[in-house]
Design a protein around this ligand. Structure first.
Ligand code: TXA
Ligand code: MG
Length: 316
């Protein structure tokens, strides 16, 4: 069983040896390995049961490291990093050869992010390599936002979980790439598109397609609980499934049913994002046959929550 603790030196020792460590970030917990060591990175794919065609992002301690791993860095990327790093923003760059092809699943680009968490920041500063880290969940399942979530699912497969408490954003990073015409958002996430556009102007969204070769990870069945999830208008769904044993995921309103999670009684999308994955996990563990969920207002982090709800609803 994995040990859980706050010992950065222990985490460092394991990572230097090519072992895996679960690390806290402001978005979700990551399953980290030395990104420059293909043998270590391979363990990530094995432990998560993740297909090799789904590339990993790498984590660095500051913008200064980016040029070690990326080439042809656009100035708008620098502008975004200056505005939002450390933070829930992953930037896509042309990769340098030092990044193993396994990390990027053979793509010419690499996703790089500087996470905003004091423990992980100190850890990254103490290492002379970046950390490849996908979310620390079995492939396709709900992302973990507490050390316990990680222990529940991967505890018997990794040696150490660095305990940084519950994640403060609660939803994965926003992924932005660039072409000659500007910024492209490939995954909505913890950084609002509205905020990105204040810095680099209008961006294009390429997030709905499940077959986009540039976003092999954007499979529709991502983030899925084990139970069937139906998303829509809750009052209607409650009527339609009157006789079923249901659990519900409500944004703000109390629906007065035995098994319900309310994401934000005050109607705050940021609070809803923080609670979202945890609520889905709890619902999945309840004695219900079906999860009914409502979409949240499609602004701010609401966009990212709705994207994950759509994918969860498409899962098996
Ligand atoms: O907030 C986050 O980004 C978290 C924390 C741990 O940092 N990490 C995370 O990793 O969500 P993961 O592997 O669960 O999701 C990364 C996504 C995948 O869907 C992958 O397909 C996409 O990023 N991705 C990675 N590299 C890419 C690339 N070069 N081009 C396009 N998409 C890429
Ligand atoms: Mg993930």
């Amino acid at each position: 069983m994995a040990e859980t603790g706050k010992d950065i030196n222990k985490a460092k020792e394991l990572l230097v040896k090519g072992e895996l460590v679960a690390i806290p970030t402001e978005t979700v917990y990551g399953l980290a390995a030395n990104a420059l060591n293909a043998d270590a990175v391979l363990k990530i794919f094995q432990v998560k049961n993740r297909p090799r065609f789904d590339p990993l992002i790498i984590h660095v301690s500051s913008w200064n490291k980016v040029a070690l791993y990326a080439r042809d860095i656009p100035s708008v990327a620098h502008d975004l990093a200056e505005a939002f790093w450390p933070g829930p923003l992953t930037l896509l760059f042309e990769k340098k050869n030092i990044i193993p092809d396994l990390v990027t699943s053979g793509l010419p680009t690499v996703g790089i992010r500087c996470p905003d968490h004091p423990l992980t920041h100190s850890l990254l500063e103490s290492l002379d390599f970046p950390l490849a880290a996908p979310s620390a969940n079995p492939f396709g399942y709900i992302s973990p936002t507490t050390p316990q979530h990680v222990a529940d699912q991967l505890g018997d497969r990794i040696p150490y979980i660095l305990d940084g408490g519950p994640c403060q954003v609660g939803i994965e990073s926003t992924i932005v790439g660039f072409d000659n015409a500007g910024g492209i958002v490939f995954r909505t996430g913890g950084l609002k598109i509205e905020d990105i556009e204040k810095v680099i102007g209008k961006v294009r969204l390429q997030i709905t397609s499940s077959s986009n070769p540039k976003t092999p990870g954007q499979l529709r069945s991502h983030y899925a609980p084990k139970k069937k999830l139906i998303a829509g208008e809750l009052d209607e769904l409650l009527r339609a499934y009157e006789t079923a044993k249901v659990g519900i995921l409500s944004f703000q309103k109390d629906h007065n049913v035995p098994f319900q999670f309310i994401l934000s009684p005050s109607g705050d999308p940021d609070e809803a994002a923080r609670n979202f994955f945890s609520a889905l996990r709890s619902l999945d563990a309840l004695p219900v046959d079906l999860i009914l969920a409502e979409y949240v207002p499609d602004r701010g982090l609401g966009k990212a929550i709705n994207d994950r709800l759509r994918r969860a609803a498409a899962g098996e």
